[in-house]
Design a binder for this molecule. Structure first.
Ligand code: SF4
Length: 392
């Protein structure tokens, strides 16, 4: 396994590069498991776009002039904006930041939005750098989509992918969710294989989790939805890892799989501790020493930006917090946790002592690099917290 921080076959110097994330908080309907910030009312859509463009200007110094390598539109559902609005926001970034050298511009889209006309419009955004679509498929099976209350059906998922490919978007990623009570192990395997058959080079896959205060949480508690079974999720995570490995996909992060050359640059930069600026309601930013997050409310956001005030809360990270963040994120990647890295070097002995209590079959220590085994990946968060450095 490579020890460099290569993106697929390409080795990049991450230092001195940064990314911009834009949160578009609108959705057509509420998926029952979702706990992201969004609203199903698009009433203030135009005002929100104006506010984001204003926020681009107000935050112009946040990344200290670093080269912008990636832009990522997430949400919510970015394709709830018109294509000309996506263009306006992106152009405002080019105008405001002197050093935009885009390697990757991703837009998330839901299958029900990717009509032939819309895909053709999105293809025109290639002129401003759009080179990657992230499609929220979640499942190719109807019963799972109904359970999750997704807005699209199984046929639309396949058709949307094919339309995007026909329009020249080969750099596609899709999301797939496992562990829904409606999904047998065989159905899960066929979901994954459908993605292979469609020639998708990057797949993000997550276990269905029941977050507090979601519709799913409420429906399970009131007996209207079947609860999620952890043993099933665990089995299906193993199926996922085995299928991906057998078809040549690297598990470069616990929930992210890609053919060589197709690793997500934007997300990899998060995991490598790179700086990023988040725009829009609820978006998070990181400048290397502090994290801040915008208010998760469209009305408050629009009002505050209109008054020239950035509506965020901020947390300055201690050295210990930075070490623990590095442990948490790096252990989830195939590059592992390098105990000589500046974030954790001072805690090396403490981490090695804590490691002696972790089951031997859950990790490998090669030199100073600690990685999780397939068995260990089931317990990544717990192992990371067992290794956390203590605040001095
Ligand atoms: S489309 Fe995405 S952001 Fe919107 S409700 Fe569904 S999961 Fe949440």
């Amino acid at each position: 396994m490579d020890l460099d921080f290569g993106i697929g076959n390409k080795i990049l110097d991450f230092w001195g590069m940064a990314g911009i994330y834009i949160h578009i908080p609108f959705c057509r309907q509420a998926c029952h498991y979702c706990n992201f910030y969004f609203t199903t009312s698009a009433a203030r859509r135009d005002e929100l776009v104006d506010a984001i463009i204003r926020e681009v200007e107000l935050t112009r110094d946040y990344l200290s002039g670093e080269e912008i390598e990636t832009i990522y539109y997430g949400g919510g559902t970015p394709t709830m904006l018109r294509t000309d609005q996506l263009r306006q926001i992106t152009e405002s970034i080019y105008r405001t930041h002197p050093r935009v050298r885009l390697q990757e511009l991703t837009i998330e889209a839901n299958p029900d939005d990717l009509t032939t006309e819309r895909v053709a419009e999105l293809a025109e955004l290639r002129s401003i750098g759009l080179n990657r679509l992230s499609i929220g498929v979640q499942s190719f099976h109807e019963a799972d989509l109904v359970y999750m209350n997704r807005a699209h059906n199984a046929l639309e998922a396949v058709a949307a992918i094919q339309r995007a490919q026909e329009a020249g978007f080969q750099n596609l990623t899709i999301d797939l969710i496992y562990g829904t009570p409606t999904m047998s192990d065989e159905a899960w395997r066929s979901n994954i294989r459908q993605a292979f058959a469609l020639g998708i080079p990057h797949i993000s896959s997550y276990a269905l989790t029941v977050e507090p205060k979601t519709y799913l949480d409420k429906n399970i508690r009131t007996g209207r939805a079947v609860p999620v079974d952890e043993a099933q999720s665990s089995r299906q995570f193993d199926i996922l890892m085995e299928e991906m490995a057998a078809h040549g996909y690297d598990q470069y992060e616990i929930s992210n799989f890609a053919l060589p050359g197709h690793y997500a640059i934007h997300n990899t930069n998060y995991w490598r501790g790179k700086k990023y600026l988040g725009l829009g309601p609820s978006a998070h930013s990181y400048d290397g020493s502090s994290r801040r997050w915008n208010v998760a409310n469209n009305n408050t956001y629009i009002k505050s930006i209109g008054e020239g005030k950035l509506p965020y809360k901020i947390e300055h990270l201690t050295a210990t917090q930075r070490a623990n963040e590095y442990i948490m994120t790096s252990l989830r990647t195939m590059w592992g946790c390098d105990l000589t890295r500046p974030e954790v070097a001072a805690y090396r002995d403490q981490i090695l002592r804590a490691l002696s209590d972790v089951a031997a079959e859950h990790y490998r220590l090669e030199g100073d690099v600690l990685r999780l085994t397939q068995a260990g990946r089931h317990y990544a968060d717990r192992i990371a917290s067992d290794l956390f450095a203590d605040e001095e």
